[in-house]
Design a protein around this ligand. Structure first.
Ligand code: GDP
Ligand code: CA
Length: 332
């Protein structure tokens, strides 16, 4: 391909940021310097919430911090070298959530974002402004500018009653131990994709679905009206990367989410959940781990091409080689 390839990645936080770093690295390795013109990352905003008067966008911040190189790689979230003085003060005042830590540097981001939102900027504008401070080597777009926070309905202790809570409360406070009955993004049915999202998918040479949580990261992106149709109609191949390795989730609790929607924790079952593009789904190709080579024929049986390759993103190199495999599989 002579001109710069146009790549779109759909992503959540942890798996999404590692994979986005990998794609940027793979493009660099091909000698493409202007990766920001080549790579568009459409990010889940279902995890977003208002807390202590500020707007948090956890998946966006995970990707921004990782691409800017200011993330805490040991802890896996937030800013490197952060402190929690403000958080301690907020707790002393009894505001916020006692189980949800906000770092001081992280709060700086949230305050800036909230300030801009109050000025009337959209989340897309805010993200564009953040990228002026930190050139990320990618164009980041929220999936939508609408507030469509993920709400979890859990079974109450007596088994009969149900109650609803914000996804972050369920995930962070309860560590996903309360049995989820369903996940909703109220208002998403009337939300529109953020400006640029549909055009990026339509004009792409390849669309890559990051190994992110299929239910609460990729699920909300696909639920924004218009995005699923754009994936089905684009001329670009759609290549997904399994977040399940060896029949297990890595770094997270996605298995609990999958169980709630009746999907088994296996690379083949997630592929079936996304579905073959030829059969009304969104996938042409599915990358499965070497540990899951045995399920590759099941994936092929769904009408989805299956490629067996190492899926562990342990560092920049392994992430870039996984991304390179996804790109070459897409014919880019
Ligand atoms: P979150 O928004 O922070 O929950 O992160 P994502 O939704 O982007 O990603 C979570 C998913 O990433 C988990 O379900 C993991 O299975 C997957 N994941 C994490 N690390 C890796 C990895 O190294 N390789 C692969 N293939 N998947 C991973
Ligand atoms: Ca997330």
């Amino acid at each position: 391909m002579s001109r710069t390839p146009r790549i779109v990645v759909l992503a959540g936080g942890v798996g999404g940021s590692r994979f986005a770093l990998g794609v940027r690295g793979a493009l660099h390795a091909r000698g493409i310097d202007n990766t920001a013109e080549s790579l568009t990352v459409v990010v889940n905003t279902g995890d977003d919430l208002w807390l202590s008067g500020v707007r948090l966008q956890p998946d966006i911040d995970s990707i921004v911090y990782a691409l800017a190189g200011v993330n805490d790689t040991a802890r896996g979230w937030g800013r490197e070298g952060d402190s929690e003085r403000v958080n301690a003060e907020l707790q002393a005042w009894g505001t916020g959530w006692p189980w949800f830590t906000l770092g001081d540097l992280d709060l700086g981001t949230h305050l800036a974002r909230t300030d801009w939102l109050r000025e009337g900027l959209t989340p897309t504008d805010v993200l564009e402004r953040m990228q002026r401070r930190w050139p990320l080597g990618a164009r980041l777009l929220p999936m939508t500018d609408a507030e469509v926070d993920t709400i979890v309905t859990v079974r109450a202790e007596d088994g009969a009653l149900t109650r609803r809570m914000h996804f972050q409360e369920w995930w962070t406070r309860h560590r996903a131990t309360l049995e989820p009955v369903r996940f909703d993004n109220p208002g998403i049915e009337v939300a529109t994709p953020a400006p640029g999202v549909i055009a990026a998918i339509e004009d792409a040479d390849a669309v890559l679905i990051a190994p992110s949580n299929p239910v609460v990261s990729i699920g909300p992106i696909l639920a924004v009206p218009g995005i699923r149709d754009a994936l089905r109609q684009t001329a670009a191949p759609v290549v997904g990367v399994s977040p399940i390795i060896g029949g297990r989730v890595v770094r997270g609790m996605a298995d609990v989410c999958l169980a709630a929607i009746g999907v088994e924790t296996s690379a083949a079952a997630v592929a079936e959940h996304y579905g073959a593009r030829a059969a009304g789904g969104v996938l042409d190709t599915w990358l499965v781990g070497e540990e899951d080579a045995a399920v590759a024929p099941d994936v092929e049986g769904l009408g989805i091409r299956s490629v067996v390759t190492p899926l562990w993103m342990t560092d920049a190199e392994t992430s870039a080689s996984l991304a390179e495999r996804a790109l070459s599989t897409a014919g880019v």
